[in-house]
Design a protein around this ligand. Structure first.
Ligand code: IPM
Ligand code: MG
Length: 357
C-alpha cells in the first residue's frame, strides 16, 4: 500500500534542503519505494499565509501520514511576534499534537570529515553516540509559564520544569531498548544535585534499569556531560535526557561530527510513527543562497526509511550514497576544507541522487 509522507518545508533554509531530500525520495520511488507526498505549511511560512504557525490542516495531514519530513522553522522576520504565534510554536505544537516524545539524535563521525571537526581528529575518530531527548515535556511545556509584572513594576519571568514518572519511564525504555541493539550502555543526564524534578528522574531511571540486566546505566550531571562531550566523547553510547538538556547537548554533540549540517533526527511516538528533521535550525543568514548543507535532511530521510517505512535496505543505500559523495570530495561550505570541492545545496543533492542510482 502507498505510504503517505507529509512534507513541511518551513522557513529559512528549510525549503531548499527539503527540495534536495525530496529528490532523494523521488529517486527511490523509481527504485520501488511506494510513497505519496503531501505538502503542508508550518512556522513563519504558515503564519504569513494562515495567521498561525500550525494550521489545523497541517496537523490533519501530519496525523494522517505514515511519516513527516520537516525542514526548519523560524527567522528574523517573525522574532518580534507574540511568543504564542512565533514559528517555533508550530514545531513544538506538532511535536506535542502527535505525541512525538522520543527524539533520537545520532552523532556519527563520517571518517571523511574527521578534519572538519573543531576537535582533534583522534578525539572524534570513530564517534558513534546517540542522544535520546525527551521531546514533549519538561520545561518546554510545563505550566505555569509567562512573564508577569510585580507590584513594584518590575517584570518577573517564569517557566516550570515538570516530569511525571510515567514520562521518564517512557523515554527511559526507548533509550534502554536502543542501547540493547548498540553497545549496551545508557548514560542518563540530569541535574539531580540541584533540581528535585531531575532527582526523581534519576531515581526512576535507576528503577527502570533493574528490568535491563544487559544494559549498563550510569548517571551524569549535565554540566559534566557538556564537558565530557568535548573532552572524551567516545565514552558515550546512548545518552538519555530531558527536553532542554537534550536540546543543548545535541547542538554540542553535532560539532563533534564536523558540522551541525550533518545531523539528522527522528521524533517518534509510542507506535514509531515519526517526524524526521535535521537538528540544525532555519539559518536565515544563509537562506536562499544555495549555501546550506542538505545532508542532515537527506540523512533524516534515511532514518524515516528505517524507523517508519520499514525500508532498512533503502536507508542503508541513502547512507552509503552520502558516504560516496563525501569520498568524492564534495563539500558544502560548512564542511569544506583544503583540497575539497566546494558545492552548493542543489549540487550536493544531485550528487547524492547520482550516487544512489
Ligand atoms: C531543536 C530546535 C528547536 C528546539 C527550536 C527551533 C524550537 O532548537 O529542534 O533542537 O528547541 O527544540
Ligand atoms: Mg536545538
Amino acid at each position: 500500500m502507498t505510504k503517505k509522507i507529509a512534507v513541511l518545508p518551513g522557513d529559512g533554509i528549510g525549503p531548499e534542503i527539503v527540495v534536495e531530500a525530496v529528490k532523494v525520495l523521488e529517486a527511490l520511488k523509481l527504485q520501488g519505494l511506494d510513497v505519496a507526498l503531501e505538502y503542508g505549511l508550518i512556522g513563519g511560512a504558515a503564519y504569513d499565509e494562515a495567521g498561525t504557525p500550525l494550521p489545523a490542516e497541517t496537523v490533519t495531514i501530519s496525523k494522517d501520514a505514515d511519516a513527516i519530513l520537516l525542514g526548519a522553522v523560524g527567522g528574523y522576520k517573525w522574532e518580534s511576534l507574540d511568543i504564542r504565534v512565533r514559528p517555533e510554536k508550530g514545531l513544538l505544537g506538532i511535536r506535542s499534537e502527535l505525541n512525538l516524545f522520543a527524539n533520537l539524535r545520532p552523532a556519527i563521525l563520517y571518517p571523511q570529515l574527521a578534519d572538519a571537526s573543531t576537535l582533534k581528529a583522534e578525539v572524534v575518530a570513530g564517534l558513534d553516540l546517540l542522544i535520546v531527548r525527551e521531546l514533549t515535556g519538561g520545561i518546554y511545556f510545563g505550566q505555569p509559564r509567562g512573564v508577569k509584572t510585580l507590584e513594584n513594576g518590575e517584570r518577573e519571568g517564569f517557566n516550570t520544569l515538570v516530569y511525571r514518572e510515567s514520562e521518564v519511564n517512557r523515554i527511559g525504555k526507548v533509550a534502554f531498548d536502543i542501547a540493547r541493539k548498540r553497545d549496551g550502555r545508557v548514560c542518563s543526564v540530569d541535574k539531580a544535585n540541584v533540581l528535585e524534578c531531575t532527582e526523581m528522574w534519576r531515581e526512576t531511571m535507576t528503577d527502570l534499569a533493574t528490568n535491563y540486566d544487559d544494559v549498563e546505566l550510569s548517571h551524569m550531571y549535565v554540566d559534566n556531560a557538556a564537558m565530557q562531550l568535548v573532552r572524551a566523547p567516545k565514552q558515550f553510547d546512548v545518552m538519555v535526557t530531558t527536553n532542554m538538556f537534550g536540546d543543548i547537548l545535541s547542538d554540542c554533540a553535532s560539532m563533534l561530527t564536523g558540522s551541525i549540517g550533518m545531523l539528522p533526527s527522528a521524533s517518534l511516538d509510542e507506535n514509531s510513527k515519526g517526524m524526521y528533521e535535521p537538528i540544525h535550525g532555519s539559518a536565515p543568514d544563509i537562506a536562499g543562497q544555495d549555501l546550506a548543507n542538505p545532508l542532515a535532511t537527506i540523512l533524516s530521510v534515511a532514518m524515516m526509511l528505517r524507523y517508519s517505512l520499514d525500508e532498512a535496505g533503502m536507508a542503508d543505500k541513502v547512507e552509503a550514497a552520502v558516504s560516496t559523495v563525501l569520498d568524492q570530495g564534495l563539500r558544502t561550505a560548512d564542511i569544506h576544507s583544503e583540497g575539497m570541492s566546494k558545492v552548493g545545496t542543489a549540487e550536493m543533492g544531485d550528487a547524492v541522487v547520482a550516487a544512489l542510482n
